[in-house]
Design a binder for this molecule. Structure first.
Ligand SMILES: Cc1ncc(COP(=O)(O)O)c(C=O)c1O
Length: 366
């Protein structure tokens, strides 16, 4: 793919803001390309990070025809960067596009665009432990019309955000509240696609959980309100007796997480028993109460692994395990992040090294 590189102002050394937080700061450049039915994908360019100009009638603003992805570039010990399974993000982007009646993007175009942008912006990748350069590819429908039909014009763009460790104060268990009023997604709906409407619909539940002192919502299935689906915008798993890991099977309404897939594979290699089945909330709560469940954790790109310290259910606050000691979650976190950061061998060829475009300069780390 030919990518036009436009000049950007302010080419001086990068100073990363402090604190970085997550998704709050953006790099100097962004990638854009456009699609229309006649020309297909065209006008691929990397230029200054800037506001997007949209017709107020653009379909994304009315029918919500939009998809996105989330992946990261990790600082390697040699100063270069690793992408992690960008091909899997490309495949999920296209699965989301298909569900949302949007055009497919050739996977190599998706990955090449990320690689070119990350290469130019490598100085923005923080080096501190647990930090990364978060990558957000997006596709939106730009055609102006109120007609309820698939658009014929689209914009694909990618922005980057230097991100600090998800937990500023270390590996901290979170509280999750079982949502009894809201559901996240129904089978046949869009839950398995990464489309903004899923997140918009979850916000009231998340804010309600926060108001009660929980960090995440534990979503149940839409039909029986009985089977666990996801935790916030992450997949979820429980550990029995420190050796058996149970996670909800992909039901059609669960987002197929790349972290989930990677961790389940590594868990098998580490000798854990792994089961993907239906997790009845009443059974899980009983197993937590009896101590059969020793740990619970969430899985996703942003935080990698988040231990669950307690579950709010039917007005009770149920502690999970001993609330703080989560050896399996820690072991899985370390095993995966060692691969992502290039500190350990990569047995599945998941990482893709991105060489810095210019001579390596270490960004001032906040
Ligand atoms: C709803 C939802 N579930 C699960 C995940 C975890 O997916 P991944 O591991 O690919 O980040 C995400 C994050 O992308 C998500 O938004």
């Amino acid at each position: 793919m030919d990518i036009r590189i436009d000049p950007v102002a302010g080419n001086g050394p990068v100073r990363l803001p402090a604190p970085l937080g997550f998704g709050r700061h953006f790099t100097r450049r962004m990638f854009t390309q456009r699609y229309d039915a006649g020309r297909g994908w065209h006008d691929a360019a990397i230029g200054p990070y800037r506001p997007i100009s949209l017709d107020p009638g653009a379909q994304v603003l009315h029918s919500g025809q939009a998809i996105f992805e989330g992946t990261k570039a990790y600082s390697r010990p040699d100063g270069h960067l690793n992408l992690f399974r960008p091909d899997a993000n490309a495949a999920r982007f296209n699965a989301s596009a298909q569900r949302m009646a949007m055009p497919a993007l050739p996977p190599e175009r998706f990955v090449d665009a990320i690689e070119a942008l990350v290469q130019l912006e490598h100085e923005w990748a923080p080096r501190a432990e647990g930090s990364s350069l978060y990558i957000r590819p997006v596709m939106i429908a730009t055609e102006p019309t109120f007609e309820v039909r698939a658009a014929s014009e689209f914009l694909h763009y990618i922005v980057l955000s230097p991100a600090g460790p998800y937990f500023a104060s270390g590996f901290q268990p979170v509280g999750v509240l079982v949502s009894e009023d809201h559901i996240r997604a129904a089978r046949g709906g869009t839950g398995a696609a990464k489309t903004p409407g899923n997140y918009a619909g979850s916000l009231a539940g998340i804010e309600g959980a926060r108001a009660l002192g929980y960090q995440q919502v534990l979503w149940l299935d839409a039909v029986e309100r009985r089977y666990i689906e996801e935790a916030g915008a992450m997949n979820v798993a429980f550990v029995y007796g420190g050796c058996r890991i149970r996670t909800p099977q992909l039901s059609g309404s669960i987002l197929p997480g790349i972290t989930r897939d990677s961790l389940l594979r590594l868990a098998l290699d580490l000798g854990f028993e792994v089961e993907q089945d239906r997790l009845d909330i009443a059974e899980i709560i009983a197993d937590v109460r009896s101590g059969r469940i020793t740990e619970g954790f969430c899985m996703g790109t942003a935080a990698v692994v988040v231990p669950i310290g307690r579950i709010g259910y039917h007005g009770a606050d149920v502690p999970v395990g001993d609330g703080g000691n989560t050896p399996v979650a820690r072991q899985l976190y370390k095993t995966l992040t060692d691969i992502q950061y290039g500190r350990a061998a990569d047995p599945y060829g998941w990482t893709r090294r991105v060489e810095a475009a210019a001579p390596l300069r270490t960004a001032a780390v906040a």
